[in-house]
Write a protein that binds this ligand. Structure first.
Ligand SMILES: Cc1cc2nc3c(=O)[nH]c(=O)nc-3n(C[C@H](O)[C@H](O)[C@H](O)COP(=O)(O)OP(=O)(O)OC[C@H]3O[C@@H](n4cnc5c(N)ncnc54)[C@H](O)[C@@H]3O)c2cc1C
Length: 443
C-alpha cells in the first residue's frame, strides 16, 4: 500500500536528538521560531546527567574554575568551539537550558562560578558544572566527607557500592557499602530503567525504604544508583527521604542510564505542548537545498515525511551517533556530504599509545564552521547560509578529554539559534515572530 506523504513546513529543522539538538529546540521554542526536530533515539541515554562545561585544559590539569579555563582556551586553542563563543553566551545558554529542564520537571542546580566535584559510576570523581537536583546531595556529602551509606542491588550490573567505597575510602573514610535485594526483583539481572519506573509505584517505594532503614546504621546520608523515578524524580526522592528519615542522593550508573532517559522522555512529552513538531526515533535520509527551502526527507512506520525548512541545524554527533562516518578512505559526514577536517591519512588518526594523555587526532576531526556555526564548503565559504551545525560534530575539540560535552552542545546551539533568528529576519522567512537573544524578553 502506498502511504500518503506527510508534509511539514517550518522555519527551523533540528536534525539530531542529543543534548545539542534538544538545546537548539529549547532555544528556538523560547524565541518563537517554528521548529521541527528529528532525531534517532539513543545518544542522550549515554550521559550521566551531569552538564560539563569545561573540566580539563591539559593532560593533567583538572579545572576548578571553568570560566578561567575558557579564557585560557581562547588563547591556546582559538579554533575550539568553546573559544568561539563569548562567556556571556555560555552563561546564558546554561541558564536557559537549566531553567527549561527545571520548569519541565527535571530540576537542575544552576551553573555557578566553580566546577563541583561529582561522583562517577565507577566511584571516581569528576569536575562538572551543573548536576540534577537528585545528585546534588552526593556533591555535598563528598565535600563534607559525611557519614554515608552507598547502596547497590543484587543483579544490577554497572554499579557497585563496594567499588565506589573502595575507590573513595582513602579520601572519604566514613563511607560504607551495603547490597540489597530490590523489591519484586529478587531474581536475575536488574535494569536501572525498570527499577526507576517501579519506584513510581508507592508500594515499591515503601518496601525499598523499609529495606534501606534496616541497614541504615549511623549513616547521615544515603547514596543510591540513579533509579529514583523516571518523571519528576525530585518528588520520588523527597518521598523516599520522608520514608527513610535521611537525605538521599543519586549516583549515575553506566549507560544506558536513567538521567538521560529522563531528559529524553521529558522532552518528548513537553516539546509538542510547546508547539514543536517532534519526530522522534527517526533518521533524516536526505537533505536537499532548493532555492525556496531546504527539503528534508525521511520515513517512519506511517510512511514518508517531507519537511520544508527555511533553516537547518545539523546536530548529529560523532561516530557513535552516525554524524561522522569512518571508512578506509577517511572520515565523512554521511547526511549532507560536508567536508570533514581530519588528519591527512588513517595513519595519523591514533597515537602510538592507546592511553596517550594527549588523546588521538581522530577525536578532533569534524565540521569546520564560520563564527555563526555555518559549515564551510571546500572552497572556504558557507556551504549554504541556511545551514548551521552544533554539538560534537564540530571540529577542533576533544570533548572526552576536555570534559566539555554539554558545554560544546549548549554553547554552539545557543549561537547557532541566534544566527538562525538573524537569518530568518534577513530572508523574511517565518512570521517574523522570532527574536534574537538580545531582543528576547521571556525565557
Ligand atoms: C558514555 C557517555 C557519557 C557522557 N557523559 C557526559 C557527562 O557526564 N557530561 C556531559 O556534559 N556530557 C557527557 N556526554 C556527552 C554528551 O552526551 C554530549 O555532549 C551531548 O549529547 C551532545 O552531543 P550531540 O548532541 O552533539 O551529539 P549526540 O549526543 O551524539 O547526538 C546526536 C544525535 O543525532 C542523531 N542523528 C545522527 N544522524 C541522524 C540523522 N541522519 N537524522 C536524525 N538524527 C540523526 C543521533 O541519533 C543522536 O540522537 C557523554 C557521552 C557519552 C557517550
Amino acid at each position: 500500500m502506498i502511504r500518503e506523504e506527510r508534509q511539514f513546513t517550518v522555519d527551523l529543522a533540528v536534525i539530531g536528538s542529543g543534548l545539542a539538538g534538544f538545546a537548539a529546540s529549547i532555544f528556538a521554542i523560547n524565541r518563537g521560531i517554528r521548529t521541527a526536530q528529528i532525531g534517532n533515539t539513543g545518544a542522550v541515554a549515554y550521559t550521566t546527567g551531569y552538564l560539563d562545561l569545561f573540566g580539563r585544559l591539559a593532560a593533567d590539569q583538572l579545572l576548578d574554575d571553568p570560566w578561567r579555563g575558557l579564557r585560557q582556551l581562547a588563547a591556546s586553542q582559538p579554533q575550539h568551539p568553546l573559544a568561539r563563543v563569548t562567556e556571556a553566551e555560555v552563561r546564558a545558554a546554561f541558564d536557559e537550558f537549566v531553567a527549561f529542564l527545571t520548569e519541565a520537571g527535571v530540576p537542575y542546580g544552576q551553573a555557578g562560578e566553580r566546577n563541583v566535584m561529582a561522583l562517577t559510576p565507577a566511584g571516581t570523581i569528576k569536575p562538572t558544572l551543573c548536576v540534577p537536583s537528585t545528585m546534588q546531595g552526593g556533591v555535598d556529602a563528598l565535600a563534607a566527607r559525611a557519614r554515608c551509606l552507598i547502596v547497590d542491588f543484587r543483579g544490577l550490573r554497572g554499579f557497585s557500592a563496594r567499588q565506589v567505597v573502595a575507590n573513595l575510602r582513602q579520601e572519604w573514610p566514613q563511607l560504607r557499602a551495603e547490597q540489597l535485594v530490590f523489591p519484586g526483583m529478587e531474581h536475575g539481572e536488574l535494569y536501572p530503567e525498570v527499577m526507576a519506573r517501579s519506584l513510581e509505584v508507592p508500594a515499591c517505594r515503601e518496601e525499598l525504604a523499609a529495606r534501606i532503614r534496616d541497614v541504615l546504621g549511623d549513616a547521615d546520608v544515603v547514596g543510591l544508583p540513579a533509579i529514583l523515578g523516571m518523571h519528576h524524580p525530585h518528588l520520588v526522592m523527597a518521598e523516599m527521604e520522608r520514608l527513610i528519615g535521611r537525605p538521599l542522593f543519586e549516583i549515575p550508573t553506566m549507560p544506558p542510564a536513567v538521567p538521560g532517559i529522563r531528559l529524553r522522555e521529558m522532552f518528548e512529552q513537553v516539546f509538542p505542548t510547546r508547539g514543536l513538531t517532534l519526530i522522534p526515533q527517526q533518521k533524516v535520509d536526505a537533505v536537499r537545498f532548493a532555492d525556496e527551502a531546504v527539503r528534508l526527507s525521511l520515513a517512519d512506520s506511517y510512511g514518508p515525511i517531507a519537511i520544508s525548512a527555511q533553516t537547518v541545524i545539523l546536530a548529529t554527533g560523532r561516530f557513535l551517533s552516525g554524524g561522522l562516518l569512518a571508512s578506509f578512505d577517511g572520515i565523512s559526514e554521511p547526511l549532507i556530504g560536508l567536508p570533514v577536517t581530519q588528519p591527512p591519512s588513517r595513519e595519523g588518526w591514533f597515537r602510538e599509545q592507546y592511553m596517550d594523555k594527549e588523546g588521538h587526532p581522530v577525536h578532533t576531526a569534524g565540521i569546520v564552521t564560520d563564527a555563526d556555526f555555518r559549515p564551510l564548503s571546500a572552497e572556504g565559504g558557507p556551504y549554504d547560509r541556511r545551514l548551521f551545525a552544533a554539538g560534537l560534530i564540530l571540529a577542533h575539540q576533544d570533548w572526552i578529554r576536555g570534559r566539555c560535552g554539554a558545554g560544546i552542545a549548549l554553547a554552539s546551539a545557543f549561537r547557532a539559534v541566534d544566527a538562525v533568528g538573524r537569518e530568518l529576519a534577513r530572508s523574511g522567512g517565518q512570521s517574523g515572530k522570532h527574536q534574537s537573544a538580545e531582543g528576547r524578553r521571556d525565557v
